[in-house]
Design a protein around this ligand. Structure first.
Ligand SMILES: [Zn+2]
Length: 459
């Protein structure tokens, strides 16, 4: 079965004369992806074993850290790599990447992989990580960006509006900023215009900007959509030109998908990316779950005993970047958790992730020692929002047995409303926490525009 096959308009685009040498490389990859997405899981796994073998051999030969820490595994023994010797390789944690810095750079970067491009990741904790990519690795990045457009059959001649983190004085309301194309103007294909608005804009002003500019596509963060949708429902703002919303950077729950349908009759598509790795998984063209981007990464989900999780199990995400020979990340612990999915009936053979569960610091540890996900993106949060006129909330775990409920509300709440909220929070989190309330005029976003529903503030 081949559900969600490439649209004829996109097929024509893929066959057309490339706009530049760089576009030719990306187009070439996209045409390969058109085939490789339908490979069966066995062939994908074989191809990935070969890529892992080559990368590990290169890393052992040209980077001292990998020579020292991975010598027990023979990269040329493909049979044993497949049988599990790969699991003997140490997991690479973020602080090791920080500490090693330039020492993780290969002494012999293949010349044909082109120039180098360093990138700094912001990170929610600790120092930023510096990762160096080759121009060859970036070609894969560009191809995945376009694959996302193909999978979700976007009309790239339409107008794209991005609400994103920007420099302090850039893209500010009411005008925002205007860009000539969706990506860079020398992108793979010709596109329509892109407009952007600084993420530090009030929800009311965002709604006004979208109404005035009437985009076909909106790119933003889940925390924005989660606040924008109820506001628009209340004000009756329907954004009639809007065809789709794409989100990234934070957990995307079913609640937000439902809210978007209710507010604007618009589907939401999520992508799983990180600045240091690039695209790890894209949402399936026909389902809400994700396909690992196997052409670029080898992604493992490991349990507490460092063994691969089975279908339906949740574990730590460990990623190997298969195409970056400048600073290969081998078994890098991204810091997120994900739930492994069953093979997909769309016919694509790439592994499935049902859900991305967020970061380690998003896990709630009860005073009993039990660990739980707070699941604040699930539809039952709606009941909570209906208990009082709540515009925004955050649950802060401030002591082992105490939760602070932080709220932005339209008016002062009554004692009854506070009691109902406290009861709901205790039930949702599965423990009779002592609860106190704190009220705010607004709750600021992080520098990169992110916002957490749940934070832990004691150690
Ligand atoms: Zn699928």
């Amino acid at each position: 079965m081949r559900r969600g096959e490439t649209d004829p308009v996109w097929k024509k685009r893929l066959a057309q004369e490339p706009r530049s040498a760089k576009a030719a490389q990306v187009q070439n990859l996209l045409n390969q992806y058109e085939e490789s997405q339908w490979w069966d899981p066995e062939d994908i796994s074989k191809s990935q074993t070969l890529l892992r073998s080559k990368l590990l051999a290169h890393a052992q030969r040209t980077i001292s850290h990998y020579a020292e820490t991975t010598g027990q595994v023979n990269p040329r023994d493909l049979a044993s790599l497949r049988a599990g010797s790969w699991l003997d390789l140490p997991v690479l944690k973020r602080d090791i990447v920080n500490r090693l810095g330039e020492d993780l750079l290969s002494r012999e970067i293949p010349k044909q992989h082109g120039g180098l491009d360093p990138i700094y990741t912001s990170g929610t904790t600790g120092k930023p990580v510096r990762v160096v990519r080759t121009s060859y690795a970036l070609t894969y990045w560009s191809a995945f960006t376009t694959r996302d457009h193909i999978w979700h059959n976007r009309d790239i001649m339409g107008k794209l509006a991005a609400i994103r983190s920007s420099e302090k004085d850039f893209a500010i309301y009411p005008k925002g900023a205007r860009h000539v194309a969706w990506g860079s103007k020398n992108g793979v294909f010709e596109t329509g215009p892109c407009i952007s608005l600084n993420v530090n804009t009030s929800i009311a002003d965002m709604a006004d900007w979208i109404t005035r500019t009437a985009p076909e596509y909106l790119l933003s963060l889940p925390n924005i959509i989660k606040r924008l949708a109820p506001y628009c429902i209340e004000k009756g703002l329907t954004f009639p030109s809007l065809k789709e919303i794409a989100v990234h950077g934070e957990m995307c729950g079913d609640l937000m998908r439902q809210q978007s349908m209710e507010a604007w009759n618009t589907p939401v598509h999520d992508m799983y990316t990180s600045r240091e790795i690039g695209y790890m998984a894209l949402q399936c063209p026909v389902h809400d779950h994700y396909h690992v981007q196997s052409e670029g990464v080898y992604l493992e989900v490991l349990d507490d005993d460092d063994q691969p999780c089975g279908v339906g199990e949740t574990g730590r995400v460990i990623v190997t970047t298969l195409r970056n020979y400048a600073m290969p990340l081998i078994r890098y612990q991204v810091g997120d958790y994900a739930e492994v999915g069953a093979p997909c009936d769309c016919g694509r053979g790439m592994p499935v992730l049902n859900r991305i569960m967020g970061r380690e610091q998003d896990i709630l540890v009860l005073p009993t020692g039990e660990q739980r996900w707070t699941l604040l993106g699930s539809p039952d949060v709606r009941h909570f929002m209906e208990l009082a006129p709540i515009n925004q909330y955050q649950f802060a775990h401030v002591a082992p047995d105490r939760m602070e409920v932080r709220l932005v509300t339209e008016r002062e709440l009554t004692p009854d409303e506070e009691n109902n909220i406290a009861e709901w929070v205790q039930k949702k989190l599965g423990y009779p926490f002592a609860i106190n309330f704190a009220y705010f005029k607004d709750m600021p976003l992080s520098k990169t525009g992110k916002f957490k529903d749940f934070v832990v503030e004691f150690s």
